[in-house]
Design a protein around this ligand. Structure first.
Ligand SMILES: [Zn+2]
Length: 413
């Protein structure tokens, strides 16, 4: 959208002068206009961007501060919906400067309209020009296109030249700040919800283990079972990890308390695999890369495994506790398969508990968690610190993508 080229230039100069010379806030920070030796060159750069050729003296540059303050009042009035006030302010500037239109021809351009002041001095000339530019805007259809940034800690001004007139910020930097703040607010709400659900859903776990991943409390073999269960699910093209896969994982691990108990009761990996394939069948497509998510029943098994461990006075979760969790769950594919195979679930529990009491350290004590956890850990659920670190990394990437950094005063304006 263009008014005409000279109007566009003087309106641009008005915006530039206000944003350069009025204190307040800019892009989230307190803003002090330039002073001393920096003042005149800064004003000159705004004027020359609008076609001005004369370099202001320091005194003239300082006088522009008053012009900028008057101009800001016009933007503020329009932004507050008070167009009458804005019109009165502009009329006062036009009268004071004796603004007059002059047709000019220079530098090989055709005749075009300039705005001058009565005395043709530098400062009043620009004041007259800027006031006339704003008068053209206020007197037209797009009178409400002057605005003050609505982002927090910013009061820089702008002219909305967008087609639909929906601009609300002085710059993309402010727009992105607001977007990111909203995103962060939503995200922290989600994190709070997740934590609340986690704590409420397994307060036993939270109370006993702290806000810490279950997997950090697992024996190496316990973690290995989760990885093997993932592989069993993958081999069947299953996209979720159910109790039947946990059972296969326990058997595939081969040496742990659970595998020994099951083997002693005549349950073999091969027969159980066939039973799972028969009961559930294989999927048509391989699951996506990465961790296969646990079903709600599998998550329940893990929670019950914690309960079993604590009841036995164990501060770690091994394969035996996982198998006890499966039996405690009472339903689910794993139990159905074991029962169909003629396995007595009470006997399974007795056998496992006996082994755990005879040799509580058979799978080694609790090994400190994932930070020292090694590769087998990847098969498991990520710990809370890891999730938070991942979220933080994603936020940083998003901020980088949006061009927001915490040291850059106003990028992308
Ligand atoms: Zn802004």
């Amino acid at each position: 959208m263009e008014f005409n080229s000279h109007t566009d230039r003087v309106v641009g100069a008005a915006v530039g002068l206000v944003n350069l010379l009025t204190p307040g806030y800019a892009h989230g920070r307190e803003y002090e206009p330039p002073s001393g030796d920096a003042l005149a060159p800064a004003v000159h750069s705004v004027l020359s961007a609008a076609g001005g050729r004369m370099e202001p003296s320091w005194e003239e540059a300082a006088s522009f501060c008053f012009v900028a303050a008057e101009l800001r009042a016009v933007f503020a009035a329009v932004s507050a919906g008070d167009v009458d006030d804005a019109a009165a302010l502009v009329n006062a500037m036009l009268a004071r400067t004796g603004a007059r239109p002059v047709l000019e021809r220079h530098d090989g351009e055709p005749w075009h309209l300039h705005f001058h002041s009565a005395d043709n001095a530098l400062v009043s000339g620009w004041a007259a020009g800027c006031a006339t530019g704003l008068a053209v805007v206020l007197g037209g259809e797009l009178y409400d296109r002057l605005g003050v940034c609505t982002a927090p800690r910013c009061n820089r001004v702008y002219v909305d030249i967008s087609r639909n007139g929906t601009r609300r910020y002085c710059s993309t930097s402010c727009q992105n700040r607001v977007k990111t703040a909203a995103f962060r607010a939503r995200l922290s709400l989600q994190i709070c919800t997740v934590l609340r659900v986690a704590v409420a859903g397994s307060n036993l776990l939270a109370a006993a283990l702290g806000v810490m991943s279950l997997f950090e409390k697992m024996t190496d073999q316990g973690r290995q079972v989760i990885g093997l269960a993932q592989q069993e699910a993958r081999d069947l093209n299953h996209s979720t990890l159910g109790t039947e896969h946990l059972l296969l994982g326990l058997l595939a691990e081969g040496h742990g308390t659970a595998a020994e108990a099951l083997t002693s009761l005549g349950v073999s990996l091969e027969v159980t695999r066939d039973a799972v394939a028969a009961l559930i069948g294989g999927g048509k497509q391989p699951p996506p890369e990465g961790n296969i998510p646990l079903t709600s029943q599998s998550r329940k098994v893990l929670e019950l495994a914690v309960r079993e461990a604590l009841q036995l006075g164990h501060m770690h979760i091994g394969t035996g506790h996982l198998l006890l969790g499966i039996t405690r769950l009472g339903d689910g594919a794993a139990v159905r398969i074991l029962v169909a195979h003629g396995t007595d679930m009470r006997l399974v529990r007795e056998r496992v508990i006996q082994q755990l009491q005879d040799a509580p350290d058979a799978e080694g004590r609790y090994q400190p968690g994932p930070e020292a956890g090694g590769d087998g850990y990847e098969a498991g659920m990520p710990s809370l610190p890891r999730v938070l670190a991942a979220i933080e990394a994603r936020l940083a990437a998003i901020e980088q993508h949006l061009g927001i950094t915490h040291s850059d005063p106003h990028p992308g304006t």
